[in-house]
Design a protein around this ligand. Structure first.
Ligand code: SF4
Ligand code: SF4
Length: 509
């Protein structure tokens, strides 16, 4: 932990000034060839790119050594990068992600955890409208009338996102409210998929009729995440506040699967559905979907139902249960690769939005003499454990951010909406300026600023945790439980149990 802090200090005075200068040499716009940063990367990966003599020279002398260094640092050789960026599906997203990383090094240097020059993903709460009344809704959707962007304004937003930091956004996810409740949803989705490589949607599933799922496919949406709270109407409908929601959601899931859409069952685990976990995992396996556990965060309507939040032990149980599933798939995949040279097993199926999932899966893998880790919400790639402190767990306002239906930008969907958390508006303000300079964002990104709390004379919290650079605790949970202080501990972690007992036991909320 102290090593990463020392590394940051050392990097800022040694390597970073040099790297920034070198990248600055090839992050240029050539009147003849266009942007050299991305062109030289394609050239480096062996794509036939027509470059003028000057761009070729700068590429060879300045860009190639940096790309070589970057690939070694990420344990990804040129061949792997070529395959990932240029050959595989969604390669363009990876390519843009790497471009944002390079620009991030140029702007802010190499830091632990790392901040790219723009988010890898934006979750856009497209509308406040919703046909359900879920108890945990972070957006408090379906209540009152709040202003949203018009169709034309929403298209302007997509245009802006597609050019973010001069590179472009790798991935966009439409959420809500219920995104399908917006009448122009398919028009906007079609507009987005032409400009952004990877577009997904988070839905309550009730509007995913066969016809709508066909439209989802037609417009090119890549992934659908559908919320389900349990495997029975009693559990799901009670939480969703509307009768018959379960049947309609299950139909929506099945319609997506039948149409061959990449589908994920997403569940907020809380005290009233903990007993459903095994059944939900079973359903996901039976249907062949992915499964995503969403962390309970007392914000929006979930704040009024904070008693539903899991205890640290309960949360740990959820993470270990999911960790065993993904570990099992990973080991099966590895064994097949050793025996047959390849495997058809897809291991990237059981995820959690809890940043503690990284340390839980790492520790589990050691029990199996393996080296494997799921770096928070997004990555189960082999080799990632070597750069986990660089990727850094909680990605709020660092690897990802969110937007409200009116274009307001926030670090993460699980932060409430107020003067502190709204960083600016994508149509009215300059996004790069927000990303580069907003002090609240830099608070979230800097693990050195984390603070412990004292319980019975002992320091408890994320600041003194050895895993703070691969996890960092959910900053939105810290915000919720500590009245807006994002430097405080995530009390939902087993390591912070004494604090949970002190705060929740004392009726802090
Ligand atoms: S104490 Fe904080 S940083 Fe450490 S594992 Fe728990 S939540 Fe993560
Ligand atoms: S604050 Fe961080 S860990 Fe929590 S949900 Fe948002 S991105 Fe995930």
């Amino acid at each position: 932990m102290k090593v990463a802090a020392a590394k940051n200090a050392l990097l800022s005075i040694t390597v970073n000034p040099v790297l920034k200068t070198i990248i600055g040499r090839f992050d240029k716009e050539c009147p003849e060839c266009g942007g050299l940063l991305l062109n030289s990367l394609r050239y480096f990966l062996g794509e036939p790119v027509s470059l003028c003599a000057r761009c070729q020279e700068i590429s060879g002398k300045a860009a190639f050594p940096v790309y070589e260094l970057g690939s070694r640092f990420l344990h990804a050789d040129r061949e792997f990068m070529h395959k990932k960026f240029l050959d595989e599906r969604y390669g363009e997203s990876w390519f843009k992600g790497f471009g944002l990383m390079m620009k991030g090094v140029e702007k802010y240097g190499i830091r632990f955890p790392f901040t790219p020059a723009g988010p890898f993903e934006v979750v856009w709460n497209l509308t406040y409208q919703c046909n359900l009344k879920c108890k945990h809704c972070y957006e408090n959707a379906g209540v009152g009338k709040r202003s949203e962007l018009t169709t034309d304004e929403a298209k302007q937003v997509i245009d802006k996102l597609s050019k973010i930091a001069g590179v472009g956004l790798p991935a966009l996810s439409f959420s809500g409210g219920e995104p399908l409740a917006r009448k122009d949803f398919f028009e906007l989705a079609a507009y987005a998929t032409k400009r952004i490589e990877y577009v997904s949607i988070a839905s309550n599933g009730t509007l995913l009729s066969k016809d709508n799922v066909e439209l989802i496919k037609d417009v090119g949406i890549d992934y659908v995440e559908i919320s389900l709270d349990g495997v029975s109407p009693q559990v799901h409908d009670e939480f969703r506040g509307v009768p018959n929601a379960f049947a309609r959601t299950l139909d929506g899931i099945k319609n997506c699967i039948d149409a061959g859409v990449d589908t994920c069952i997403a569940t907020v685990m809380h005290r009233n559905n903990l007993g459903e976990l095994d059944k939900l995992i079973g359903l996901s396996k039976e249907l062949g979907t992915r499964f995503m556990h969403f962390n309970y965060i007392p914000t929006g309507r979930a704040k009024a139902n904070a008693q539903l939040d899991l205890t640290p032990d309960e949360r740990f149980y959820v993470l270990e249960t999911l960790g065993k599933e993904i570990m099992g798939l990973y080991l099966q995949q590895k064994e097949e690769e050793i025996r047959f040279g390849k495997s058809s097993v897809k291991s990237d199926r059981f995820f959690s939005t809890c940043p503690q999932y990284a340390s839980v899966t790492r520790d589990l893998s050691h029990k199996y003499n393996a080296s494997f880790m799921v770096e928070a919400h997004y990555a189960a790639e082999q080799g990632i454990e070597g750069v986990a402190d660089f990727l850094g767990g909680c990605g709020a306002g660092r690897l990802y951010c969110c937007m409200e239906p009116n274009g307001d930008v926030k670090p993460c969907v699980f932060f409430p909406t107020n003067n502190q958390t709204v960083l600016g508006n994508i149509l009215k303000d300059n996004f790069e300026d927000i990303w580069d300079n907003n002090p609240f964002l830099w608070h979230l990104r800097s693990r050195e600023l984390l603070q412990d709390c004292i319980v019975d004379g002992k320091a408890v919290g994320c600041a003194s945790c050895k895993d703070k650079y691969i996890c960092g605790g959910c900053r939105a949970r810290a915000y919720s439980y500590f009245k807006g202080d994002v430097t405080k501990p995530d009390i939902g972690c087993v390591h912070n149990k004494p604090l949970w007992e002190k705060i929740v036991g004392n009726g802090y909320l």
